[in-house]
Write a protein that binds this ligand. Structure first.
Ligand code: HEM
Length: 413
């Protein structure tokens, strides 16, 4: 439980968690939904926290989200010896996590990345002040891209514009995830991919072959990854690290602008308190709304005291929108923002963002980086007295991440 600073303006004990639904992206009211639902295609949909967590922590599941099963078919295996981190399993995955962990620890986030996060956020705020208004989703993309590209090592581009190239690539990739992608989009996507490869990825590899740095690409070069494998890892970090953080900062600012008491705590509260606020917003508004796994053997989980067996080969859809507001875990008013809410589970301590960073082997390594980066940028934005929301964003669905995107989010100073 987080201790509030002495000047805290509210306490859950005194006022409880507000009732009502404060979600910006309320997919559904899951009240009354069964904790486990099996559809006509045999897909298991899990809506309860305990059930989702048990599957995510099982040894007998493999990644089936982020179009893994579509992308990682036989043709890919012929082209790539090394799969990206998100699709690796077992020993190879453990090795990759162990050996890249040094880029993501809270200490690394604090000592290696704080300074440039701070100065880049200042530059973006200056730009906003000069312009008078901006689309927040552009600013947050710039911030998230800058941070992730430093960690990955995408810092040797031949010409400026990596933001547009990667953005274009990720946007068309979303269309390609559709069942029958259209040809024009396929061609455009190839164009972005080639530009990203030759202008950003290859120059980074060349430089690091001569002069290794302390970043992910240098590590992959040391393990003899091919250029194509490094490109693929770059795209994975683009989806996993940039798209997610970009959306989170946007949704967090939206909530904070509408809740003056939380805005004020973000400005004067301790780091622990601020992180608790951010984690609570992330619990309520998960960016990755569904995590998918395929069982590799029969697995047994417990649901409300009963044993349930999931057959081998089953596609399991962990509904994070629903699991994160499970009343048994988050309490009756689970759809409001309440940073000090008690979280309960028979399985043990529940992390504050609940399942928004995933759980088990594939749990997000970038969680500390993401929260620190969001905290820094949001505080600088919120410190502008005149900051206001000029246009509420449009909300669209991203089929790769299985979550929402906020666009045309105009803020004014
Ligand atoms: C608010 C921001 C973020 C959110 C909500 C988020 C969410 C997630 C989630 C839910 C997963 C688990 C996927 C699964 O289990 O199938 C994940 C994995 C991952 N994330 Fe994040 N992420 C964020 C920021 C970042 C950042 C900043 C980075 C790196 C710079 C990053 C890098 C990764 C990587 C590499 C994985 C794959 C890990 C693995 O498969 O072992 N993420 N993220």
């Amino acid at each position: 439980m987080v201790e509030m600073a002495a000047e805290a303006q509210y306490s859950v004990e005194e006022i409880g968690c507000p009732a009502g639904d404060e979600r910006k992206y309320a997919q559904q009211d899951y009240t009354g939904k069964p904790r486990i639902e099996i559809d006509e295609d045999g897909v298991w949909h899990l809506h309860g926290y305990d059930e989702s967590r048990q599957v995510l922590r099982s040894d007998l599941v493999k990644q089936a989200g982020f179009v893994a099963e579509k992308v990682m078919g036989e043709s890919t295996k012929g082209l790539m010896k090394n799969l990206p981190i998100l699709f690796l399993e077992k020993d190879e995955h453990h090795r990759m996590r162990r050996e890249t962990n040094r880029f993501f620890t809270p200490t690394a986030a604090d000592t290696k990345y704080r300074e440039f996060m701070d100065s880049y956020a200042d530059a973006l705020i200056d730009k906003l002040k000069k312009q008078g208004s901006a689309d927040l989703s552009d600013l947050t993309m710039e911030m998230a891209l800058k941070v992730a590209s430093q960690i990955v090592g995408l810092t040797s581009s031949l010409i400026p514009g990596m933001n547009a190239r990667l953005n274009g690539l990720l946007e068309t990739a979303n269309d390609l995830a559709a069942e029958s992608p259209n040809l024009a989009k396929l061609i455009i996507s190839q164009r972005y991919m080639i530009a990203f490869m030759y202008l950003d990825v290859k120059p980074a590899i060349r430089k690091r072959r001569k002069n290794p740095q302390n970043d992910v690409i240098s590590y992959l070069v040391s393990r003899d990854y091919s250029d194509l494998e490094i490109l693929t890892e770059g795209v994975v970090y683009g989806v996993a690290g940039m798209v997610t953080t970009r959306e989170f900062i946007c949704v967090a600012l939206w909530h904070l602008l509408e809740k003056p008491h939380l805005r004020q705590r973000m400005l004067v509260g301790s780091q622990e308190e601020r992180y608790a606020i951010l984690h609570e917003i992330l619990r309520l508004e998960p960016i990755v709304g569904h995590l998918l796994r395929r069982t590799t053997g029969e697995i047994e989980i417990e649901s409300e005291g009963e044993k349930v067996t999931i057959p081998a080969g089953t596609l399991v859809d962990m509904n994070i929108f629903a699991s994160n507001i499970d009343p048994g875990m988050a309490g009756e008013n689970g759809t409001s923002v309440c940073p000090l809410r008690p979280l309960h589970s028979a399985l043990g301590k529940v992390p504050e963002p609940v399942l928004s960073f995933g759980d088990g082997y594939h749990r997000c390594p970038g969680s500390f980086v993401a929260i620190q980066e969001s905290d820094i940028f949001l505080r600088k934005l919120l410190a502008i007295d005149t900051l206001r929301l000029e246009r509420k964003p449009d909300i669209v669905y991203n089929d790769i991440v299985k979550g929402y995107e906020l666009r045309n989010f105009v803020i004014k100073v």
